[in-house]
Design a protein around this ligand. Structure first.
Ligand code: ZN
Length: 127
């Protein structure tokens, strides 16, 4: 019998114990007694930062997440996770809105109607 010595990808320790199999992909899971990490040994390949940036760039050209996932063969969950990360890098929407005093914060009905009429007139319906 050949013993395959596996090392922890986290700390490099060989003190690994089997910890069942992943329900989804059937991969062997382990528990590292040194650093207390749990996981699969051959985790799915990570994407390079370049690849990630490339995929995100294409996403912002506006295809659907589904389309991106299909084109690049990545999980939509992975893409969603990246988008969340990207979103966290930017200030919240609240802080990007200009400061309007609370009493001016409502668009008056007549303003709205005026706007709608103006828009209807300038629309190119040909009448
Ligand atoms: Zn470890």
């Amino acid at each position: 019998m050949i013993a395959i010595i596996k090392t922890c990808p986290g700390c490099g320790s060989k003190e690994l114990v089997s910890n069942g199999h992943d329900v989804k992909n059937g991969k062997q899971k382990y528990h590292c007694k040194s650093c207390d990490k749990y996981g699969t040994l051959d985790a799915a390949p990570r994407y390079s930062e370049e690849r990630k940036a490339e995929i995100l760039k294409v996403y912002f050209e506006r295809p659907s997440m589904r389309g991106i996932a299909r084109t690049f063969g990545i999980a939509r969950q992975t893409l969603a996770e990246w988008l969340r990360e990207e979103g966290d890098k930017h200030p919240g929407l609240e802080s990007t809105l200009s400061d309007v005093p609370a009493e001016q914060d409502v668009l008056e009905y007549d303003e709205l109607q005026h706007f709608v009429k103006k828009k209807a007139k300038s629309g190119g319906s040909g009448r």
